[in-house]
Write a protein that binds this ligand. Structure first.
Ligand SMILES: [Zn+2]
Length: 463
């Protein structure tokens, strides 16, 4: 009896509470990082997305048929995952085609072939090639100090990525000017072509491509990347005083611009749909390898993060907008098109987060916010310590990646997913950038970290 009485009282309490007028909506409890990780590892959706992308469009340089297949594929994948809205946003993009590349040391004993790839955007050589003596430099200063050495010659830029730097992106940024501007500097010194040591952390026989620029008013000379193994061999012979003559043949070409698209998908915010947390990666890739690390992995992170947030039944306060940018590698036209299209809305971007550092183990996030906002974001990222990827790196001036970097002047809070990149540059922009270099668990955890941070930021009270 006493027991029945208690039950009745309990029932009355439940009914009373149930009938109370509704309280103001409070934020639903956020799942812990472990819940994201468990789901990501169990479903393995990030790897499946990447494997599918590589099957559909193994080569997807901007302006190519492969890039267009990738655009249609991504839109379809977002739709199939149940995004609230998927849009293709037109972007006028450049179209450069690689053609054939060959190089050889020409000597009395016959030709000795060199492993080369044209740099993206390079002009072609004459059909018969360029035959010239090679002069080696390690810096622009060295070249500018003795420009007469370069006259009529092929300038060989042999600056390695500095070995002593633990941060491979820093090492890359120190050596990359010779790829971007080597053709300009070679031409200014009277050189007839540029050969650039590949930007990689290994000594091997794979050349690594990447974009170059030309300068108005400076003759455009052709430029190619040479493998680190051949660069070492060439350097050794030149340092011994040998006269080395190389024939370089490139048949690349720049064609007329075409129209391509950024792929945009949204999970609309439940309270603040006009405020946006952007998560982005780039859909285009160099036309060597699969672009699995650069940046198929980032696309898989973004696609899977969107899927995970839904799979965990979340609808955060702010809109989460996934953007797969086109043309990061050779123009950034997709990034600029986004910044123009959304210029009036950038003040309502709570944050933009980019994944463009490969599919290695996630480490944490960098961020350029300040003050209270920085503290709030730091607290969210630190929750990822439970997954060993809660490093938080404040970078006041330079966080984020190339695509969202375009949003910096508008004052958008920028972040990027930091991964372990000790091997990333071994693959980057080369035939080695294959699906087989991606570990499915590492990729899944990167997607889980991105999903956790994006959905948590979309929930924060902080403005
Ligand atoms: Zn990239």
């Amino acid at each position: 009896m006493a027991r029945a009485g208690c039950d009745l009282i309990a029932l009355a309490l439940v009914l009373a509470v149930g009938c109370r007028s509704p309280e103001p909506a409070t934020a639903p409890e956020r799942p812990a990082p472990a819940a994201f990780a468990q789901r990501a590892l169990q479903d393995n959706g990030a790897w499946q997305a990447l494997a599918d992308l590589v099957a559909v469009a193994p080569r997807r340089l901007t302006g190519s048929e492969g890039a267009e297949r990738a655009v249609q594929w991504a839109a379809e994948r977002f739709r199939a995952q149940g995004a609230d809205e998927v849009r293709l946003e037109p972007v006028r993009v450049p179209r450069w085609v690689r053609g054939e590349a060959s190089a050889a040391i020409v000597g009395e004993a016959g030709d000795e072939p060199l492993s080369v790839l044209a740099l993206g955007g390079s002009v072609a050589t004459p059909e018969e090639g360029i035959l010239a003596e090679v002069v080696m430099v390690r810096s622009f200063d060295e070249l500018r100090a003795q420009p007469e050495r370069a006259r009529g010659r092929i300038v060989f830029f042999n600056r390695p990525m500095p070995r002593a730097l633990a941060n491979t992106f820093q090492a890359y940024s120190e050596a990359v000017p010779q790829r971007g501007s080597g053709a300009i500097e070679a031409s200014k010194a009277g050189g007839v072509a540029a050969l650039v040591r590949s930007l990689t952390t290994q000594i091997d026989d794979f050349p690594h491509t990447g974009s170059l620029h030309y300068e108005e008013g400076v003759d455009r000379v052709p430029a190619a990347a040479i493998s680190t193994l051949d660069a070492e061999m060439l350097a050794a012979r030149l340092l011994r005083g040998e006269r080395v003559v190389v024939r370089l043949r490139l048949s690349c070409a720049t064609l007329a611009d075409v129209v391509s698209h950024n792929v945009v998908a949204e999970l609309r915010g439940r309270e603040l749909p006009d405020e946006v947390v952007l998560i982005g990666a780039h859909l285009d890739a160099w036309d060597v390898g699969h672009g699995a690390q650069d940046d198929g992995a980032g696309c898989a992170h973004v696609l899977e993060a969107m899927r995970l947030i839904r799979a965990l039944g979340l609808r955060p306060r702010r809109t989460i907008r996934a953007v797969l940018f086109i043309n990061e590698e050779n123009g950034l036209r997709g990034a600029h098109a986004y910044a123009e299209r959304y210029a009036k809305e950038l003040g309502r971007h709570f944050a933009a987060i980019e994944s463009d550092r490969g599919g290695g183990p996630p480490v944490g996030f960098d961020c350029n916010a300040g003050g209270d906002k920085l503290a709030a974001i730091r607290a969210v990222v630190h929750e990822l310590r439970a997954l060993d990827c809660g490093a938080f790196v404040p970078v006041p001036g330079g966080a984020g990646g190339a695509d969202i970097g375009v949003l910096r002047p508008a004052g958008v809070t920028l972040m990027s997913l930091i991964t372990n990149t000790q091997r990333y540059f071994d693959y980057h922009h080369s035939e080695r950038d294959l699906l087989a270099t991606i570990h499915e668990r590492e990729l899944a955890l990167g997607a889980a970290a991105l999903a956790f941070v994006a959905s948590s930021l979309a929930e924060l009270d902080q403005r």
